[in-house]
Design a protein around this ligand. Structure first.
Ligand code: C2O
Length: 425
C-alpha cells in the first residue's frame, strides 16, 4: 500500500526522484503522441483548459472534467490523483510508489520544495510567478459540516465544472496556493506544473485530517456516495471509481505518513457544539445585510438588526456559551472583474468600529472564467472566533474592508450582497 510522505522529509527524497522520472516519461509520451491519455499534456486537459471555459465540442469527452465549487471537489481530485499515482507507478515500475505532498500548513515549509526549483529537473516549471505568500487565516479545521469544509451539493447540472458553493478548504489554502505559485498554476490547466500534484496531495491529506476531528463526517447522501468518475488507466484502459468507495484513505488504498496536528487554537466549546448538536448549514439565520452591491474597493457596511444577532453579539452569557454559536459573513453571488488567480485580497472585519481582524482571503482561482460566462460564487468566512474575542459596547454594525495581498494586485472582486448569519443556536 503506497505511503505518501512530506516532500521535505528525508524519506521522500527517493520518492521525488521517482516522481521526476515519471514526469519525464509522461512528457515524452505526449511529445510522441499528444492524444496519449496517460501523457502529461492529455492529463492536464482532463483537469481543464487555462480559461476554465469547460468542455468544448470536438474535444475528447474526458477533458475539462475537474469539479470545483461543490461537494465533488474533494472526491474528484482524490480519484484524479489516485489514477495519476498509478500512471507513475506503471511507467517507472515502482509499484508501491506514493505521491509526496507539499505541507505548506507548516510555516517552515511555505517555500516551494527545492527539488522543484532546480532548472534541470523535470519538476521545474519556468512559468511560475511565485508572489510573496499571503497570510490567510487557516479556518478549514473549524468547519463543522462537510458543506462548509468541502463544498455544498452541486445545485445545477451546469455547475459540474465550476459550481457556486466552494467549501472553506477549497478557498484557503487550495485557491491561495494556486495564486501564490502563479503561471500554469493560476489557470485550470494547472496540472502542467508538477507542483499541482503535490499541492493537491496535501489538500487530500487535509480532508483525511478533518475527518479525524470530533463530529466531522462525509456526506451520507446517495447522490454523493453513488457518483462515479472515470479516468484513463495505464493497465486497464479506463477505470471508474465510486465516490463512496474512496471516502477515506484506508478505503482508497493508500496512507499518509503523518496528519497535521490539530490546531490548538480551536475553541473547544464550538467543537463540543458540533459533536452534540451537529450543525446544519441550512440552519443559518440572516441577521443583517449590506443595502446593495459592493466590491473590494467599496467594502461593505452591515447594520445588524435581527434580535438573534443582538443575542449573539451582545450576550452577557459566559464566553463558553457565546462560542457555542457561530457567526458567518457571506459575499453572495460574487464575481471578479479583471485580474487573475494571483490577484488576492485579504478580508478584514471590524465589529462596532473596533480593531480590524483578518478573517480570510479572496483567492479567485477560476472565478474570472466563471464570471465571464455569467456564473457567480458565494464566498463564506467564519467570524465565530473573532466575534467572541471582541468585547464591544456597541455592536450594531459590522464593517468589512479589503486589502490587496501583495503588490501589483489587479482586478476587482464584487458581489450582490454582503450578509451576516448566525447559526440557529
Ligand atoms: Cu481542480 Cu487545484 O484544482
Amino acid at each position: 500500500m503506497p505511503v505518501r510522505r512530506g516532500a521535505s522529509t528525508p524519506d521522500a527524497a527517493a520518492d521525488l526522484d521517482v516522481y521526476a522520472e515519471g514526469v519525464r516519461l509522461m512528457r515524452e509520451r505526449s511529445e510522441q503522441d499528444q492524444s496519449d491519455p496517460i501523457g502529461w499534456w492529455y492529463q492536464s486537459l482532463i483537469h481543464g483548459n487555462p480559461g476554465a471555459t469547460g468542455w468544448q465540442p470536438g474535444e475528447p469527452d474526458d477533458w475539462s472534467q475537474c469539479r470545483h465549487g461543490s461537494w465533488f471537489f474533494l472526491p474528484w481530485h482524490r480519484i484524479y490523483l489516485m489514477q495519476f499515482e498509478r500512471i507513475i507507478q506503471s511507467l517507472t515500475g515502482e509499484a508501491d510508489w506514493g505521491l509526496p505532498y507539499w505541507d505548506y500548513t507548516d510555516p517552515n515549509e511555505i517555500q516551494v520544495p527545492p527539488q522543484f526549483l532546480d532548472e534541470s529537473s523535470p519538476l521545474f516549471d519556468p512559468d511560475r510567478t511565485l508572489r510573496p505568500r499571503t497570510v490567510a487565516a487557516p479556518t478549514w479545521q473549524r468547519q463543522g459540516t462537510f458543506a462548509a469544509f468541502g463544498g455544498r451539493p452541486q445545485t445545477a447540472p451546469g455547475d459540474y465544472h465550476r459550481g457556486r458553493f466552494p467549501g472553506d478548504v477549497e478557498l484557503n489554502p487550495h485557491n491561495v496556493v494556486h495564486g501564490f505559485v502563479g503561471g500554469d498554476m493560476a489557470g485550470f490547466q494547472s496540472p502542467l506544473d508538477p507542483l499541482f500534484w503535490i499541492h493537491h496531495c496535501n489538500i487530500d491529506r487535509l480532508w483525511e485530517e478533518w475527518l479525524t476531528l470530533p463530529g466531522r463526517a462525509n456526506p451520507e447522501d446517495d447522490e454523493w456516495l453513488n457518483t462515479t468518475f472515470s479516468f484513463p488507466d495505464p493497465e486497464e484502459g479506463r477505470r471508474t471509481v465510486r465516490v463512496g468507495d474512496v471516502g477515506t484513505t484506508a478505503a482508497a488504498g493508500y496512507s499518509y505518513d503523518v496528519l497535521p496536528p490539530p490546531d490548538e487554537l480551536r475553541p473547544a466549546a464550538m467543537l463540543a457544539d458540533v459533536v452534540e448538536n451537529p450543525r446544519k448549514d441550512d440552519d443559518l439565520d440572516l441577521v443583517g445585510a449590506s443595502p446593495g452591491k459592493g466590491s473590494v474597493r467599496s467594502g461593505a457596511h452591515i447594520d445588524v438588526e435581527h434580535p438573534a444577532a443582538e443575542q449573539r453579539l451582545l450576550s452577557d452569557a459566559g464566553p463558553e456559551e457565546q462560542q457555542a454559536r457561530g457567526l458567518f459573513l457571506r459575499l453572495e453571488n460574487a464575481g471578479v472583474e479583471g485580474g487573475d488567480a494571483s490577484s488576492m485580497w485579504n478580508v478584514y472585519v471590524r465589529i462596532a468600529g473596533g480593531e480590524p481582524y483578518l478573517v480570510g482571503t479572496i483567492a479567485p482561482f477560476g472565478l474570472a472564467g466563471l464570471t465571464e460566462s455569467g456564473g457567480r460564487q458565494t464566498i463564506t468566512f467564519d467570524l465565530s472566533e473573532i466575534a467572541d474575542t471582541v468585547a464591544a459596547e456597541d455592536t450594531s454594525a459590522v464593517d468589512v474592508t479589503f486589502e490587496p495581498a501583495g503588490p501589483d494586485v489587479e482586478g476587482e472582486p464584487f458581489w450582490e450582497r454582503a450578509a451576516l448569519y448566525t447559526t440557529a443556536g
